[in-house]
Design a binder for this molecule. Sequence first.
Ligand code: BGC
Length: 748
Amino acid sequence: MKTKAFFLCCLFATAVLSAQPKLNPNNIPEIVKAMSPQEKALLVVGFNSACEGYTPTLPGTGGLTHPFEKYGIPSVVMMDGPVGVRLEPDWHDGLGEAHFTTCFPTGLLTAASWDREVAFRMGHAIGEETLDMGADVILGPGMNLLRNPLNGRNFEYFSEDPVLSGSIAAAYINGVQETGAGTSAKHFAANNQETNRLDGDSRMDARTLRELYTRGFEICLRESEPWTVMASYNLLNGEYTQESYSLLTGILREEFGFRGLVVTDWTGMRNTPLQLHAGSDLFMGGMYKQTEHILSSLEDGSLQMADLDRAVTKVLELVVKSVSFRLPDFVPSLKPDLEGHAKLARETAAEGMVLLENKGVLPLRPSRVALFGVHSYDLIPGGNGAAFVSCPYVSQVNDALKEAGFTLDPQLEKLYKGYAAFIDADLTLNHKVNVHVGQPQKKELELTPRLIGEAVSSADVAVITIGRTSGEARDRVLDKEFLLQENEKSLIERVCEGFHAAGKKVVVVLNICGVVETASWKQLPDAVLCAWLPGEEGGHAIADILTGRATPSGRLPMTFPVDYFDIAGAEDFPYNFISDKANESVVHPERRGLDPKNLMYTDYTEGIYVGYRHFLTRGVEVAYPFGYGLSYTSFEYSAPVVKRQGKQVVASVKVTNVGPVAGKEAVGLYVHAPLGNFADKPERELKAFGKTRLLQPGESQVLEFSFPVQDLGSYNAACSRWETAKGKYTVYFGADCQAPAASLPFSL
Ligand code: BGC
């Protein structure tokens, strides 16, 4: 009797199981219908170590979606992002084999290339590595606007201009997604400071939001289709972005036409029904409490099933795109093409380095080099936090110069290498550093006059590297991080003094995560190269530029001000705030006697006048303008053309290499627009950009540009629409926003 009952039971179970529809790209509505509310509430909440049945696939995984075997729904695996696949540092598999991924140059450098092709190729390689490591989605690109030079995550992002940011982000996304991996354009929107990043309110007017902070995402979505967009942590005008219907549904989905999934940044518990209603589809990192909240909200009517069903649909649409679903038998190799991608990392790093000064010293001829600065021997490849990549090695400037045939001052090399190793050992032994946070910045040594004197006599030229790093959850501060520290400044001064007295030259290399003060010292050395955080092949790439193996073609994606307080809205940022927790929320500043301004809320008082829009319009002097950068060759512009073709503006300009060596030229197309109905407008704004191929001396290329006429307009908040003024425009060609090479009038 018992056996019969058991048999019947099994039969019933099989029948029920086989009656379950299995997910396929065409039956998503059917699956949504078949799922119970509980299953739906589990699906939209991240699956993590607290969940039953969780088996970590890949150490370092950012997040997983919930699997449901009975519907044939696997987990989608998400990894950080954005400059390489972020594995757990020091990860060794069961057989004791160590695993690494490639650390590519960071966002600033990518944008400084002004080259979509560079971003595309890098994205493609990162997409391949994402799949090689068994993940489906890379959590990048990071594309928040560089509102203030001190934001701790600026290095991950692209530019102070939304056109450059949006288009470079799109190229990266297209590169990743061509491999079959997905992306997450983050962090939407107005997430421009790390201090109190979870609960800070970014306050601004509608015009500012549209023309700057959502604009990059709008352009990105026009040129690519990221699988996901990540809703940021912060509030926007008093509302969490993740809970903002007008932002996520109104602007992102309805206006920008985004069809993918909105994932929340890795947030804890918030108002789950409100988040779902607003348009958040997937809650990461995920807490069971959120699932419970969804179910109780369905019961008490504060959540409509339609909102949950939309989110479930979006998660399932993501699942069917993923490799985990499409190729269930796919076994990740765990062996990315480290060698091939290192070559690419080297090439791309050289494309975005910006030559700021060169008084006839670069490129260097094979010679004896006195290499100063601890980061010449201990380069900072990338920043800290989610963007940290555990890579197999970091190429060093000292080694790369030697490979290129230079002789280094052995005394300095021994000193600095020993010093760097000592600091590392101290940090490790005393547990002062968390391996997860990346490479620390090291304090510069105070050198004796005798040591500098000996270097002057034994070397032909000096190279000094100055390093800066930053990362998630903390902004940089003005003192010591934006400004050079006393011993860094004195190193530059004393080395310049000694070498110049002997008729020898000095080059400064900036290995930096963002803008630093340069105005007070930039005239001292004979050359300054901004190498950013250039990835694992940074040493080689710096040497490639210094020696002329590559001609610099990077252009600044942001302005370098003379003084921090020259930027608009300088006071509206926690520019010298040091959190006692060095981290996260400053939720109750009043309890600690702190002013809530810039901690609980930040007023974007500068409005649309961020970066060059401010400096150009108000004629404020800068150290280096947006778009600035030198080359070893020179270019001439001719035959500029601009015309309207239906709904598009089309333009072109011929660029000829008239200098002595091969090189590439980045070209910006800026527009000066009439005021129309607006009381004010920036003097000039970037509307399009491009870059030539490598042009040999004498060679020319015609660069073509095209963008919608509507892009010439401004956002009229009073009637919630873009307005394009009739009248006389001027179109400028050239990367440097202050010194365009060609211009011509244009009328609408
Ligand atoms: C960061 C995101 C990141 C996520 C997952 C968050 O703290 O803000 O950029 O993708 O963590 O690691």
